[in-house]
Design a protein around this ligand. Structure first.
Ligand SMILES: Cc1ncc(C[n+]2csc(CCOP(=O)(O)OP(=O)(O)O)c2C)c(N)n1
Length: 352
């Protein structure tokens, strides 16, 4: 019997090695000003993220899912988008949202239990984050299709994790995008874990990117801790999405923190593994590059950190001054005419 060999090879791109040396041939076109802007945003996201964790531990917000380690894949993915493009985020997308002008105090408001915190800033098309795993993948296809039908050049970029690729909506979304040629970029942040499930147990496939092949679209892997590789690959994918050519990008990264503030990753991850990924930190790598290029002095680094801390301080202060939403809202918000059962509960709440 003839042996059938199936090849599911996908490209993998790294521009910046762990020492901060760049492959000039693959470098995306960026000015020094842009590189600094990207660096400052990554530092801001890290400062927001670290503070979120502390605020949760102090009982000042309810819950939080850390971005730490994924700053390059989030900030890099949205950098070339226009405000009118659509970002379809997940619960771990705080970094992408901050880079998309979402006020930090409102993110604290949301994680403090007030849904009003997810209202997108005027003129910026960010969807509310998806708490259900993977559903947003299909929303990304739908929005990208709408853009195409309306002959708009806007695109939808949707974020999801490795775990989401086992959900039906991932497959529905990719299939739909392939068949209808939607204006969509699918960004899978493969951070190696879905809560405690390691990537090897998520799928028997060698890569997540290769899953695109089955749907007739392009799949590509990128070093997700390498900001320049993310900018290059997702930048190209954005350009293609504007022409109705969808792409699945798999960002190879690592979730440095616990899954969420209600989990303890030490129970299922070895310290050595976490330490090894610390060395591949995306901010550290960009700093090495910037130092080599004489774009990072000690004074500049300090001032960026100081400014980020101050901005986060101000966001916390503003968040903690927000008046809580009216209790009635949870009853009156959803239905134009309240169903009987809800009306009964509402009346009871008011009686009490
Ligand atoms: C539909 C649905 N099923 C289960 C959950 C519980 N859940 C929350 S996060 C998570 C893991 C998702 O992992 P992944 O997609 O890799 O994203 P990551 O959290 O690693 O960024 C699960 C199963 C959920 N939120 N929604």
């Amino acid at each position: 019997m003839k042996k059938i060999i199936q090849k599911f090879e996908v490209e993998y791109l790294q521009v910046l090695d762990e020492k901060g040396n760049a492959d000039e041939k693959q470098m995306p076109k960026l000015t020094d000003v842009q590189i600094k802007k990207i660096y400052e945003m990554m530092i801001l996201v890290r400062a927001f993220d670290d503070r979120s964790f502390s605020l949760q531990r102090q009982g000042r917000i309810g819950s939080y899912l850390q971005v730490k380690g994924q700053e390059a894949s989030q900030v890099g993915s949205v950098f070339f988008l226009k405000d009118k493009d659509w970002v379809v985020p997940m619960y771990r997308s705080s970094g992408a949202l901050i880079a998309r002008k979402h006020p930090m105090y409102m993110l604290y408001q949301y994680w403090g239990g007030d849904e009003r915190g997810l209202k997108s800033p005027a003129g910026v098309n960010n969807l509310p984050i998806s708490i259900p795993v993977g559903t947003q993948t299909a929303h990304g296809s739908g929005i990208g299709w709408a853009s195409k039908l309306k002959k708009e050049k806007t695109i939808a970029l949707t974020f999801f994790g490795d775990g989401a690729t086992s959900k039906s909506e991932f497959h529905t979304g990719l299939n739909f995008a392939g068949v209808f040629g939607t204006n969509t970029v699918f960004v899978c942040e493969n951070n190696q874990y879905a809560i405690s499930t390691p990537r090897e147990k998520q799928t028997h496939a060698k890569t997540i990117a290769q899953k695109a092949i089955a749907y007739g679209i392009k799949g590509i892997q990128v070093d997700g801790n390498d900001i320049f590789a993310v900018l290059k690959v997702v930048g190209d994918a954005i350009d293609n999405a504007r022409k109705g050519i969808p792409t699945l990008v798999e960002c190879m990264t690592y979730r440095r923190g616990d899954h969420s503030t209600s989990d303890d990753a030490k129970k299922y991850r070895k310290d050595a593994e976490v330490k090894a990924w610390e060395k591949k930190d995306p901010i550290l790598r960009l700093e090495k590059y910037m130092k080599n290029q004489k774009l990072l002095t000690d004074a500049y680094k300090k001032s960026v950190a100081k400014k980020a801390t101050k901005e986060v301080d101000m966001a916390v202060e503003k968040y903690e001054k927000i008046q809580p939403a009216k209790k009635d809202d949870i009853f009156t918000y959803m239905f134009e005419e309240m169903p009987q059962q809800l009306q009964e509960q509402y009346d009871e709440m008011r009686r009490r």
